[in-house]
Ligand binder design. Structure first.
Ligand SMILES: [Zn+2]
Length: 502
């Protein structure tokens, strides 16, 4: 394992669980996350930003051409489902820099913090819940402190590895917001890079209600960047310091709240499985533990929630390659924000807010993780690769067609002018409808495997016969099944949206 991959994967104990692929297993196993990270770099999905400078900046990533396409397709799917196709939801786009008063009102200046412990040996900071391990995200500050004291002898520092690293000192809270100055630094206004997109929505909601004459229930959706100065970024795209959020703030009356909470948890879960192809067997719900309904801290079926959360919300957790962890949350924000921004119904009563909040980069990771099949041995079904190697091991990314960076790859079997002309003409026609790659390098078998690895659902092969009768061979990524069609029939299928199943 290269050093940079090891560093990407190394992080807190809280995310590793007993069902993660273990490196001390004596059997040679494919480490799914490791091979995924390597593929992402090799093929231009994602890699560490500024890697050439001392291994890069922790928690910052560059999306390459394929990763950018994938991320955009996921964002588009979210926008379509949560905003575009709903009469009750509208889109907004608010700034990263908001008036500092917003963050005071929101409680972020006071509460948006992690409990942190410092190593007595090397001075490095760690999140207290990570030090405690898998149960850490269910413990409050007092329980974390008690656990650390009770287990002090065995607790090791993740940075220097030494035991008894934290002594008896209780954790301190460290704010996660990046602060900055607007205007000339000395005289300027001190504010923060937004740690969530939601507050921009609350600050503008009254104006939107006025311009649209919107009555509850209605929602405002937004996709945008957020910034958190995480103590321990890690697990690749899982915990980053700069990331994108897809958030919906749904405003409703108190009477409507329980039904809306139920609806949005179900809706979000259906979005993940139906639109993003995430298997439901790898999803689970974990209800929020909140201040107005304190559940026992030793019950880890609950997960700790943010300072604004009220009873009834839940996290949707995904079984990542490194174990179960939060994929997204549906929070009951109650009247926490509407009280501060005076957002009311016509009768003057405060509106309540349900907030499905999804991290876009985390969705990218979950989709990649769910679809990545390294070294899969799969014989051809109903067809044979021209190379005759259809049953050899392949790495496949089984992306749903609507998310794939390329929908088609046009592969002329020989690098000959007449075949290249036909291939280019077909690529141009397909490009009117869907992004299409063209590859003329190396053997056809290797080109198939390259497209399998980046998730292209259909390869279109041009051969001698194509020059005579305008027919081409379509090859299905997952089954390797092949059919022969004329280019016009292919284009008809593309227009009808039926080119991906045969
Ligand atoms: Zn240390």
């Amino acid at each position: 394992m290269s050093r940079s991959i090891a560093r990407l994967l190394s992080t807190s104990a809280s995310c590793s669980s007993s069902n993660s692929s273990s490196s001390n297993n004596s059997k040679p196993v494919v480490n799914t996350l490791e091979s995924l990270v390597a593929m992402c770099k090799r093929r231009g999905f994602v890699h560490v930003s500024g890697e050439q400078f001392n291994n890069g900046l922790a928690g910052a990533f560059d999306y390459g051409p394929l990763g950018t396409q994938l991320k955009r397709h996921i964002a588009d799917a979210w926008w379509r489902a949560f905003v575009e196709r709903r009469g009750d939801v509208h889109g907004v786009d608010t700034p990263v820099l908001l008036h500092p008063r917003v963050w005071q009102l929101a409680g972020h200046v006071e509460h948006f913090a992690d409990a942190v412990v410092e190593c007595r040996h090397c001075g490095a900071s760690s999140r207290a819940d990570h030090v405690v391990g898998a149960a850490g995200d269910a413990l409050d500050d007092a329980a974390l402190a008690a656990h650390i004291v009770a287990h002090r002898a065995s607790l090791a520092c993740a940075h220097c590895g030494r035991k008894d690293a934290f002594g008896d000192k209780p954790p301190t809270r460290r704010n996660l917001m990046f602060d900055t100055h607007v205007g000339a630094a000395a005289a300027g206004l001190r504010t923060y890079l937004r740690p969530e997109t939601a507050q921009g929505v609350f600050a503008t909601a009254k104006h939107v209600m006025y311009t649209l004459r919107a009555l509850p229930p209605f929602g405002l959706g937004q996709i945008g960047r957020a910034f958190r100065n995480e103590i321990a970024p890690g697990h690749f795209l899982f915990r980053m310091r700069e990331f994108e959020q897809c958030e919906l703030e749904y405003f409703c009356t108190q009477a409507d709240l329980p039904a809306q909470l139920h609806y949005w948890i179900e809706f979000t879960e259906a979005f993940l499985t139906e639109q993003l192809g995430i298997p439901s067997a790898r999803l689970r719900r974990r209800p929020h533990r909140t201040a107005d309904d304190v559940q026992p801290t030793d019950d880890d079926s609950f997960v700790n929630s943010a300072h604004y959360a009220r009873r009834g919300g839940a996290d949707l957790e995904f079984r990542f390659a490194f174990g179960w962890s939060e994929l997204c949350g549906i929070a009951n924000r109650g009247t926490f924000d509407t009280e501060r921004h005076n957002i009311t119904a016509d009768d003057g009563s405060l509106l309540h807010v349900v907030e499905p909040s999804l991290g876009l980069d985390r969705l990218v990771l979950a989709v990649l993780d769910a679809c990545w099949r390294p070294r899969l041995s799969l014989p051809a079904v109903g067809g044979v690769d021209p190379s005759g190697d259809a049953s050899i091991q392949r790495d496949i990314l089984t992306l749903p067609a609507q998310l794939a960076p390329y929908k088609f790859a046009v592969l002329p079997i020989r690098k000959r002018d007449d075949m290249l002309d036909v291939a280019r003409a077909l690529q141009r026609r397909l490009m009117q409808h869907a992004r299409t790659d063209m590859d003329v390098t190396t053997s056809i078998g290797k080109r198939y495997r390259r497209q399998d690895e980046i998730g292209t659902p259909v390869c279109v092969t041009i051969d001698e016969q194509s020059l005579l009768d305008s027919t081409v061979t379509l090859r299905d990524r997952d089954t390797t099944k092949q059919i022969r069609l004329t280019t016009d029939q292919l284009l008809d299928r593309v227009k009808l949206g039926s080119a991906f199943t045969f």
